[in-house]
Design a protein around this ligand. Structure first.
Ligand code: DSN
Length: 409
């Protein structure tokens, strides 16, 4: 029994379960997996080594592992209408690394969105391998509209001639026009990589246009809107199949996490159901209400709205930093993450904003009317942040409210 053998880990797990049950999680990159996914990810597939690919492994005993990985590949291709899928990346970062390693040489140029506009560490940030190995150039959102300025992207692409252009983001809340990116990439003879980690579920539900017809490479995580286990995924055209597969192994990974691949396969199957499509629609409906409610209470939303599952709130007019807001909200049981706003003057460790989203709370069954209450509590908390008594009251209400929604959907 874990409780007896390792009480410290048992205790942390018990407290994490309580925390997930009694709090409201607005982190847009997190979600809640189904019991079926939990079951396979916690299964004895974790015991198995399976370096290689189905039918060509470096280990014996891979008969059932092959079944699992083949199913995961077939389902991923069907779900996204892709020619080839590699389901082995341990994370989104590994997926991006494998794409770069498959077609770039050290010193080649990458053009991607800058981090304060919504880009990701692996999109060429200096402190990341992608910024260390490659020459990186960034496009930003427009200062006024805070939308991607495709003309500017084109200008930089023509000037710098990158070998790859990356589109996709961690905090851009608007539709990304993959077709426009594709035209720019073709004009400068660059590869196009769409990192759809955040919006993969929305793409499946056709709530966001899909990139398959426009990009050589697509990377994703499987645990955000897609609601699978923590992991990565690469989709590509058949012509890049060998390059991508050998980029993962032997290039950058060893043994695949078979238990996680099994979880991915189940998640892809779940994503083919009508229930999943309804869920995605509800995510977006909830997010719009959440966003409008913040606007009604005089919060400035980056780009003035959202088309997706998330948005970033600029807190400067509330005289509070992202870090302070994150901490005070956590105190009452609302989990968010501090986030840079475009052209932020504060560092990433402090930030002027917070990022919020609805995948997790929608998985728990919360609806539009619940969004209104959540914004009310956030607003009351930030306004009364010095008032301990008031914070305790709010915290009790949130605990009672959250406990009504299941954490095992
Ligand atoms: N950590 C992810 C997110 O929160 O968006 C990106 O890697």
């Amino acid at each position: 029994m874990l409780k007896k053998f390792d009480h410290e880990i048992y205790y942390a797990l018990k407290k994490e379960v309580e925390k997930q049950r009694y709090t409201i999680n607005l982190i847009p990159s997190e979600n809640i997996v189904s019991k079926n996914i939990l079951k396979v990810v916690g299964s004895i597939f974790t015991n198995k080594y399976a370096e290689g690919y189905p039918g060509r492994r470096y280990y014996g005993g891979c008969k059932y592992v092959d079944v699992v990985e083949k199913l995961a590949i077939e389902r991923a291709c069907k779900l996204f209408n892709a020619e080839h899928a590699n389901v082995q990346p341990h994370s989104g970062s590994q997926a991006n690394m494998a794409v770069y390693f498959s077609v770039l040489n050290p010193g080649d140029k990458i053009l991607a969105m800058d981090i304060s506009s919504g880009g990701h560490l692996t999109h060429g940030v200096k402190v990341n391998f992608s910024g260390m190995l490659y020459k990186t150039y960034f496009y930003s959102v427009d200062k006024e509209t805070e939308l991607i300025d495709y003309e500017k992207v084109r200008e930089i692409a023509i000037r710098e001639k990158p070998k790859i252009i990356v589109c996709g983001s961690s905090s851009y809340s608007r539709i990304i026009d993959f077709e426009k990116f594709s035209k720019i990439a073709k004009e400068v003879n660059a590869y196009l990589l769409a990192d759809i980690a955040h919006i993969a579920g929305l793409i499946v539900a056709k709530l966001h246009p899909g990139p398959v017809n426009f990009c050589e490479f697509i990377t994703s995580t499987t645990h955000k809107t897609l609601r699978g286990p923590r992991g990565g995924l690469i989709l590509c055209k058949n012509e890049f199949k060998e390059k991508i597969d050998s980029s993962i192994i032997p290039g950058i990974q060893g043994g695949p996490l078979v238990h996680v691949i099994a979880g991915k396969a189940v998640a892809f199957k779940e994503a083919m159901t009508k229930k999943f499509i309804r869920y995605q629609n509800q995510i977006v409906k909830n997010c719009k209400v959440l966003c409008e409610e913040f606007k009604n209470r005089n919060y400035r939303i980056v780009s003035n709205g959202t088309d997706t599952h998330m948005f970033v709130i600029d807190l400067r007019n509330k005289k509070i930093t992202g870090l302070q807001a994150q901490e005070i909200l956590e105190k009452v049981g609302i989990i968010t993450n501090k986030n840079l706003i475009p052209f932020d003057k504060l560092p990433p460790s402090i930030t002027s904003g917070i990022r919020v989203g609805t995948p997790c709370i929608t998985s728990r069954g919360m609806k539009e009317k619940d969004m209104i209450r959540i914004v009310e509590w956030i607003d009351e908390t930030l306004k009364n942040r010095e008032n301990e008594k008031m914070l305790k009251e709010i915290s009790k209400k949130i605990r009672r409210f959250a406990s009504e929604f299941p954490i095992y959907p």
